[in-house]
Design a protein around this ligand. Sequence first.
Ligand SMILES: Nc1ncnc2c1ncn2[C@@H]1O[C@H](COP(=O)(O)OP(=O)(O)OP(=O)(O)O)[C@@H](O)[C@H]1O
Length: 327
Amino acid sequence: MNEKILRISRLSIIYGARRGFVKAVRDVSLDLYRGECLALVGESGSGKTTLALSIVRALPTNAKIVSGNVYYHLDNNKEVDITKLTEDEMRKIRWREIAMVFQGSMNAFNPVLKIGDHFIETAKAHRFAMDKNEIIEKASNLLSLVLLDAKRVLNSYPHQLSGGMKQRTLIALSLLLNPKIIIMDEPTSALDVVSQKVVLNALSNIKKELNLSMIFITHDLGITAEVADRVSVMYAGQIVEIGNVFEMYYDPLHPYTQGLLKAIPRLRGSVNITSIPGSPPDLINLPPGCSFHPRCPFAMDVCRREEPPMIEVDKNRFVKCWLYMKK
Ligand SMILES: Nc1ncnc2c1ncn2[C@@H]1O[C@H](COP(=O)(O)OP(=O)(O)OP(=O)(O)O)[C@@H](O)[C@H]1O
């Protein structure tokens, strides 16, 4: 799992707003390897969706990439910088190379079209060279892969499916054009616990069968343990910690990650659910130093003054926190 398929390098994105510029993504560098599932975790407003939208170049019109690059590694060993592609060139990447299941898109199904027609329309819209029968056969395979009764679902209207079934159908639909990367923004957040579990099982299945690379966005660190290989934690537009899922779970380094873990409700044992006191900073007027210092139980003088660098504490283990700076 050493070949990089996506390389985000020092990316910064702002939104123009009435009060000023919202610094939604700040100097983010992040790699995605072939075949891995990377979870992007953080509270609401930490910049996860903005970062993901920049990868498929679907940012709102008031957003601006102020610096940095997003390199995508094509199969022919060439790298393209997504931030520099024309809209025509980008059309060949979106869906075919990188697909995204947007937050809340469960409600975007056309209510008068059966699910089978959604697959056919999607293939047509992207001029996918397959006839109707081939599309339906492919759709059936994908729907089975996400643990759905393909025949029944293809003949159903969207309103006949539960939330969890719709979410899995969307995931299957996003795979229709054989993308190499699939980005899922909060795919389980609107679902009950049982449906969440089935969606996670479906994702594990896809990962096993298709050897895709995945970016899984969630605010719930607990969920990542089920599917992710690596976890990157975002806070106030920055990545503050990256590591493999077990390290993050059993030995979180950043005080923010430690707080996120404490906020996970446990089924057994203590019912004392502690969350992180305070709230994330205003991304228009950021505090000096480390953005987390106003909420950090370990804040030192240096944290209030200077922003910490990203420190490599071990191989592939990074944390942006002064506590880990070797003297
Ligand atoms: N179109 C927009 N115009 C102005 N500000 C925006 C816009 N979209 C997002 N923002 C702001 O950018 C910041 C990052 O938002 P983003 O949606 O990327 O975070 P997130 O971590 O994905 O949160 P959530 O889980 O709630 O979607 C937030 O402060 C948000 O208010």
